[in-house]
Design a protein around this ligand. Structure first.
Ligand code: PEP
Ligand code: MN
Length: 380
């Protein structure tokens, strides 16, 4: 099939509303001199090659032509942010557009060779500091929250969790206690010296949740809720970004990039299992995501063996596997009476089971020359 004629796409001036151009968010860092390689189709004509070069140069970039026996390649040198990959791919004669650097500039290890350490209300995650997040799936009765907080803190947890806004598959299932839940979570966590993390499900709730929480969780179901990512990116609170159940590693890092590009550099990633074919476990725990993300990104990554496996008997082994793979923390759901839990009771560890695995995690962390982050001296 014939592509659009070359003359139909007239040459736009640089800076016009060219479809190749997109504007970077103001808060993002200017990143210059990235390169893209274009591979042309085997039958690309001389006119098409000239046209590609014209388009590239019109963007203020340099094009280096290299003609091989079977393929012609054009290397582009300049500010890669000027290039909208899809539009370049639509030029007649272009077969592939290969960016040399990853599309997640701010999240990439290349941009920041040193690992980021995220401070969650005085508890550090990353750089050898291990975050142990524990607590019930949903925020529940006040006395129960205090009891569980006391037990997990005594076991070594340093961040208390609990959902006040719950993303449920069924609209008839328990949806969370809302603002009252935020208060109970914060009061129980802070009373026992721990900062708190809780999920925010809607961009309109970010301000409210940030008033109570020391860290905002973006859950698996909302990983690609871009409005929510932008909103938590504009917030001052650190963010726990969970991997979507069907998300690739690239998807996860691009979502982190949304948050970073809004100026919030305090992002912790979380591997919580992806969809597998076998219902034997709730999800498939992708432990390889940990070292892979650490190669690609400077952001800390923790594991959540509770949602990954859905089975209390598998959680300790997977928690230790995550740490052995290099995770910067472990997120585990704990309930003192799972049979009455408002959500995720079947996967909850009892406090005494948590204490056992927490002691093992401490030992393993020390073996790797890391340590469980101490609780902050004071908590606001
Ligand atoms: C949760 O942390 O309770 C939760 C709903 O997690 P996820 O988004 O990973 O399913
Ligand atoms: Mn849960």
């Amino acid at each position: 099939m014939q592509g659009p004629s070359l003359s139909a796409c007239s040459q736009p001036a640089v800076g016009s509303s060219d479809p190749f151009l997109f504007t970077q968010p103001e808060s993002s860092l200017p990143l210059k001199s990235f390169t893209v390689i274009l591979i042309l189709k085997s039958g690309a004509t001389d006119d098409q090659v000239d046209h590609v070069i014209e388009r590239v140069e019109a963007l203020g970039l340099k094009a280096h032509l290299s003609r091989g026996t079977f393929r012609t390649i054009i290397g582009i040198i300049g500010d890669e942010s000027q290039i909208a990959e899809e539009s370049i791919r639509a030029i007649p004669g272009v077969s592939k557009v290969i960016p040399v650097l990853p599309p997640y500039k701010l999240a990439s290890r290349e941009a920041h060779p040193d690992g980021t350490i995220v401070d969650v209300g005085g508890v550090k995650i990353g750089g050898g500091n291990i975050g142990l997040i524990a607590g019930p799936c949903s925020v529940e009765e006040e006395d129960r929250m205090h009891r569980i907080a006391e037990q997990v803190a005594a076991a070594g947890a340093n961040i208390f969790r609990g959902g006040a806004f719950k993303p449920r598959t069924s609209p008839y299932a328990f949806q969370g206690l809302g603002e009252e839940g935020l208060k109970r979570l914060r009061d129980a966590g802070h009373a026992h010296g721990m900062p708190v993390v809780t999920e925010v499900t809607d961009p309109r709730l970010v301000e409210l949740v940030a008033e109570y929480a020391d860290m905002l969780q973006v859950g698996a179901r909302n990983m690609q809720n871009f409005a929510l990512l932008n909103e938590v990116g504009a917030s001052k609170r650190p963010v726990l970004l969970k991997r979507g159940m069907s998300a690739t590693i690239n998807d996860l890092l691009m979502c982190a990039e949304y948050i970073l590009s809004q100026g919030n550099m305090n992002v912790v990633l979380c591997e919580r299992g992806i969809k597998g074919f076998d219902p034997a476990t709730r999800n498939l725990f992708d432990v390889s995501a940990v070292p892979l993300v650490q190669q690609l990104s400077h952001l800390p990554i923790i594991v959540d063996p509770s949602h990954a496996t859905g089975k209390p008997e598998l959680i300790p082994a997977c928690a230790l596997a995550g740490l052995a793979a290099g995770a910067d923390g472990v997120h585990i759901e704990v309930h003192d009476c799972p049979e009455v839990a408002k959500s995720d009771g079947p996967q909850a560890l009892l406090p005494e089971q948590y204490a056992e695995v927490a002691a093992q995690m401490k030992q393993l962390a020390e073996l790797f020359g890391k340590s469980i982050s101490p609780l902050p001296e004071t908590i606001a």
